[in-house]
Design a protein around this ligand. Structure first.
Ligand code: FES
Length: 112
């Protein structure tokens, strides 16, 4: 019988914010998004104002290194990025990125 994935695998994400480097450790689904992890651990000013609805654009990050493509919600984040004039391939709304094994090893820079 498959008991499901109950393990709390260690996930490491490197975040640059305001000239400082942070190594954040978490596990699968501890937070509902990368934005919530950054918001909770670093106390970024003016970050994530719509609390993950994908509407405010205050959770912008640039991916500076990745081991694989992080999983993302199927929302209208791309359209919101384009409306905000953010079309860079590595620019994302961090509220749209899930915390799971695919995000392990990600390095990002907070842009807002
Ligand atoms: S928290 Fe508002 S767009 Fe991400």
């Amino acid at each position: 019988m498959n008991s499901g994935n109950l393990s709390k695998s260690s996930i490491v994400i490197h975040v640059e914010y305001s000239g400082e480097l942070y190594e954040l450790r978490t596990y699968n689904n501890e937070y509902r998004s990368l934005m919530m992890l950054i918001y909770d651990r670093i106390f970024t000013d003016g970050f994530g104002e719509c609390l993950g609805m994908g509407k405010c654009g205050t959770c912008l990050i640039e991916i500076t290194n990745k081991l694989q493509e992080p999983a993302a919600y199927e929302r209208n984040g791309d359209a919101n990025l384009q409306r905000a004039g953010q079309t860079g391939e590595n620019i994302r709304l961090s509220c749209q990125l899930l915390i799971d094994e695919k995000i392990d090893g990600l390095a990002v820079k907070v842009l807002t």
